[in-house]
Ligand binder design. Structure first.
Ligand code: AMP
Ligand code: MG
Length: 505
């Protein structure tokens, strides 16, 4: 038995999930197996000898010993409108495993059939979006962005029917947990304070063990995580810890030009991992209004809105936690509101620090915010590519050039030249250190939409995974120029005009 799996979430009780078995598929075939991830999780299959066995397990046809699959309950604000009843309609949480460092990871099948929460959906996932999630999440991981990851993609041999018949697949997702803002909302909407406390204690013990929850010596309960005991201090500490995670998440997205596309509260993980890759895309030329998602008609989740949307989502989480902080809602509000204010400040500070890092500046001083804003304004006006611009600025950066430009600075009228002089003056003290920081902060390559789509099209048309593997090899080393990096660095000639993404998986 190659996986030591249990299901700690199931133990929280019937209100949290429904036991549900994956629906078997006709002819599972392993297409992608994430070997480094499998190794880091201590999952020991021999590849390719065990491919058929892997396909059986990670299609849901065969269950690991002691696996008790569940579909998790959650609610969510979708495009600002609250839906009290969502939940895993096409996913099964097989359970959780511990890696060699003692970290716990959820193992979830997606596209594995219907559950209690499916409503009218078929519980299935098409192959294209499954491969897309694998590519995008691996790229994000290598870029240093907190993210859920894909362990495998298994073709089912069955068609799924969207607007047309498409090949089906099951993708296995690995996450620190699948607890969402919407999970808290599910219980808050039902006035179920006991479950909210249980969920908070569980989330604290899973994600923030540094927060000390009250110890209860009660042998009648078989697991500590299932208790509904948290202090109001625990709840505030928990909230602060979640906010810190979201700062890192959003700033990482903004650093690499990622647009999530559907930042509903059910797609916002408490762990601060990027989750639910459906309609995501990458920005090419810099414009804060960039949107590709076909369902985001009002540009709610545009590139430049992601920071304020995360503040809105965290305010919804705060709403849920109020009854755990004080019986008097006004007292609870007064205690939690400063955290949201601090969050807004932290986001802004971390954003500008990150942007300064992109320019080789390691700490924020007076004038840096303007330096960044002026660059972005220029980039937006001129339609400059976000990734390439920083790569080029770093590539051309050397002591001789900086000295030359600064010596010859005779009050040029040229807007770009003026900006360059200001920037060079700022980093002139240590040009080498600036360059080093830029190379660490700015990727050489990102999973550009036109390349992702081209690779998906050829892979699905030919069934040949060679191009996809080559693409992944490049994306897994985004800060280096490896043999084939140059093939994937170009911006789309048409600027991705008309490109649309869909919810997909
Ligand atoms: P998403 O847009 O992927 O975040 O999903 C929103 C909700 O719709 C979740 O409750 C999903 O489980 C559910 N859902 C999406 N697609 C399907 C499907 N094909 N079958 C059943 N439920 C689905
Ligand atoms: Mg979702």
């Amino acid at each position: 038995m190659p996986l030591n799996i249990s299901n700690s979430y199931l133990k929280l009780g019937a209100a949290f999930s429904q036991q549900s078995l994956p629906s078997p598929v006709v002819s599972p075939e392993l297409l992608l197996w994430n070997l480094p991830l499998a190794k880091s999780l201590g999952i020991k299959f021999a590849v390719p000898e065990d491919n058929d066995l892997i396909a059986q397990y990670f299609s849901g046809n065969r269950l690991f010993e002691r696996s008790e699959p569940i579909a998790q309950a959650y609610s969510g604000h979708q495009f600002g409108h609250f839906n009290p009843q969502l939940g895993d309609g096409r996913a099964h949480l097989l359970g959780d495993i511990k890696d060699e460092n003692g970290n716990v990871w959820d193992i979830q099948l997606k596209g594995s059939g219907t559950s209690h929460f499916s409503r009218s959906g078929d519980g299935r996932c098409a192959l294209g979006p499954a491969l897309r999630e694998f590519i995008m999440s691996e790229a994000m991981f290598a870029l240093g962005v907190p993210t859920t990851r894909c362990l495998s993609v298994v073709a089912t041999g069955q068609a799924v029917y969207r607007e047309q018949a498409l090949p089906g697949a099951v993708v296995t997702r690995v996450a620190a947990s699948h607890i969402r803002v919407g999970t808290f909302q599910f219980f808050a909407a039902r006035g179920d304070v006991e479950s909210l406390k249980k969920l908070t204690r569980f989330a604290v013990q899973r994600h923030f063990p540094e927060i000390t929850v009250p110890v209860i010596d009660d042998t009648s309960v078989n697991t500590d995580t299932c208790l509904d005991v948290v202090s109001s201090e625990n709840v505030l500490d928990f909230f602060a810890a979640v906010l810190n995670k979201q700062v890192k998440l959003i700033v990482s997205w903004l650093r690499v030009g990622f647009i999530h596309g559907v930042m509903n509260t059910d797609n916002t993980a408490i762990s601060g991992e990027t989750i639910d890759y459906g309609p995501c895309a990458m920005m090419n030329h810099y414009h804060s209004d960039t949107v590709f998602s076909s369902i985001d008609r009002n540009a709610r989740y545009a590139f430049g809105n992601q920071s304020s949307i995360m503040q809105w989502n965290m305010a919804r989480l705060a709403d849920c936690l109020l009854p755990l902080i004080d019986d008097d809602e006004n007292v609870a509000l007064a205690k939690i509101e400063p955290f949201l204010k601090q969050f807004a400040n932290d986001l802004q500070y971390s954003y500008y620090l990150m942007m300064a890092n992109k320019l080789g500046i390691s700490d924020l001083c007076e004038g840096d915010v303007e330096l960044v804003n002026d660059l972005l304004k220029f980039m937006q006006e001129k339609g400059m590519d976000y990734t390439q611009s920083f790569v080029t600025l770093a590539a051309n950066l050397n002591q001789a050039t900086v000295d030359k430009v600064l010596v010859n600075d005779e009050g040029s009228e040229d807007e770009w030249q003026q900006w360059l002089v200001r920037w060079y003056e700022r980093i002139a003290d240590d040009v080498n250190a600036a360059k080093k920081l830029m190379l660490q902060t700015n990727p050489q390559v990102i999973p550009r939409n036109h390349h992702v789509e081209a690779i998906l099209a050829t892979t699905q048309a030919t069934g040949d995974l060679t191009n996809l593997d080559e693409f992944l090899t490049v994306l897994q080393q985004p800060y280096e120029e490896v043999d084939n990096t140059y093939l994937y660095q170009d911006a789309p000639r048409d600027g991705d005009i008309g490109y649309k993404t869909f919810c997909g998986t």
